[in-house]
Design a protein around this ligand. Structure first.
Ligand code: NDP
Length: 245
């Protein structure tokens, strides 16, 4: 167990990559708090799986677009588990739509969840993280390669995390905290099902002609969370099956 005694908070941990990550960090030894937006039942299922591993777990309803809720979620996790070592900024929304049909509301919503929510969560977490702390954000392969039209707003939101990661790596480095970003490629989840209408095109852009699984992304998050990754910061790690190659 490489994360024994550590506490992690995973945003958007009720499904998909976040759920796989929460469970993987628990398998590695961490106690895990997770947030969700709507799916209380699914979040409770993830909590049950973590508890079955002998770890403590907690699900917190918090819309990432609501800054007060995000700060409260971080503080609740710390109050419950007594510390915070790892923040995984995973919760996010997808968006596909052409430029001329993208509304101001669309822009505000996507940026509020995918960018502002990540910044606020990191700001709140940084008050509690100590030497050895970890911030790991889930970006996207669209930061390296936008495979087609209609993805500019989502790409804006995910590319913003690159600057955030590099800037915060500099800012938090002196405290022994690493800040990194993971870029998943097409990954089989509710957001991007492997049998969805755009799946064949996405699959064909990978070197393996297949989708990734949430657990493959979680494995890389797990490495970045571990003490042995302590000289990795400000970095992007792609888990994209060669999508950017
Ligand atoms: P899913 O749609 O399968 O799951 C999304 C998770 O985020 C759920 O737990 C959901 O909670 C939560 N969530 C969504 N909106 C909010 C919100 N406003 N506040 C709090 N939680 C929220 O997505 P994925 O697992 O596919 O995606 C996870 C991350 O990976 C995202 O940041 C996504 O952009 C990124 N990504 C995904 C790729 C893919 O191919 N799947 C590729 C590249 C990046 P609830 O269940 O309550 O709705």
């Amino acid at each position: 167990m490489t994360l024994d005694g550590k506490v992690a908070l995973v945003t958007g941990g009720s499904r998909g990559i976040g759920a796989a990550t929460a469970i993987r960090l628990a398998e590695d030894g961490a106690d895990v708090a997770l947030t969700y937006q709507n799916n209380a039942e699914l979040a409770a299922g993830v909590v049950d799986k973590i508890k079955a591993l002998g770890r403590r777990a907690l699900a917190i309803q918090a819309d990432s677009a609501d800054a007060a809720a995000v700060v409260s979620a971080v503080d609740t996790a710390v109050a419950e588990f007594g510390r915070l070592d790892v923040l995984v900024n995973n919760g996010g929304v997808g968006f596909v739509g052409p430029l001329d049909q993208t509304s101001l509301e669309d822009i505000d919503r996507v940026l509020a969840v995918n960018v502002r929510g990540v910044y606020v969560a990191t700001q709140a977490a940084a008050r509690h993280l100590g030497d050895g702390g970890r911030v790991i954000s889930i970006g996207s392969c669209v930061s390296d390669r936008v495979p087609g039209p209609g993805m500019s707003l989502y790409a804006v939101s995910k590319t913003a995390l690159l600057g955030m990661t590099k800037g915060l790596a500099r800012e938090l480095g002196p405290r022994g905290i690493t800040v990194n970003i993971v870029h998943p490629g097409p990954t089989d989840t509710d957001m991007n099902p492997a049998d969805g209408p755009y799946a064949a095109d996405q699959r064909s852009l990978t070197a393996f002609d297949r989708y990734g699984s949430p657990s493959e992304v979680a494995a890389t998050v797990s490495f970045l969370a571990r003490p042995e990754s302590k000289y990795v910061t400000g970095s992007t790690v792609s888990v994209d099956g060669g999508h950017a190659a």
